[in-house]
Design a protein around this ligand. Sequence first.
Ligand code: NDP
Length: 245
Amino acid sequence: MSTSEKVAIVTGASRGIGAAIAKRLGRDGFTVVVNYAGSAEAAAAVVHEIEAAGGKAITAQADVSDVEQVKRMFTSAEAAFGGIDVLVNNAGIMMLAPLAATDDQNFSRQIDINLKGTFNTLREAATRLRSGGRIVNFSTTVVGLKLETYGVYAATKAAVETLTAIMAKEMRGRNINVNAIAPGPTATDLFLNGKSDELIERMSKVNPLERLGTPEDIADAVSFFVGPDSGWINGQVLRANGGVI
Ligand code: NDP
């Protein structure tokens, strides 16, 4: 897929991995829709950085768990740029607790944003992405590692992996590839907040490359999935984690 004139929506692109993806896709030549939930200033800064590098981007506020807000985002992107070619379903939250201590609010929020949010955007993309389009969903390496306290979070992401494989088949005849990336520990607020320096150090040494992933490491993988060299890769999950599992 040539990136000239191609339009990419990146959810959760105000911070962390999503911001790195938006900037990378901007450099790759995509027009980028920088979605965010609450961080308007950070999202605007991502857009400015893309524009300063010669790219094209707009911000789009939408809580991915809200059906109407997601529909509005797709409609605005189509109105602004004439169509949508790429959806990167990066927005997500992580709330860790043992199952016995997980309250209903914790469960519902993670389901609403990680699973329903992904479903909401996939449902729009299924009918609205142009032929030749690409979808990249976000799982986690914890689906494989199955660490204590990650139960509900990992369950939402396991469901995303299942949606990925099934949607890839449902896109038969549309020429749209659907894949997922399952990062390992990556240096963002989501991973770092609430962890001691010792725990971060320990977790960063589990993989044989002995460092944390960077948002740019993950953006590189997304760039491949939405670029011209991955046309034969469809319905797959890539664990981008330095080899931890
Ligand atoms: P961050 O917490 O750093 O950033 C999360 C981003 O998602 C922000 O831009 C935030 O927007 C946005 N967001 C949160 N809730 C919503 C919502 N309801 N609607 C729209 N946007 C929302 O997370 P990461 O960058 O670390 O994570 C990105 C993805 O990667 C997630 O799906 C996560 O599960 C996955 N992942 C991360 C790993 C890690 O170690 N960091 C490992 C494995 C997977 P705002 O700023 O407006 O709140």
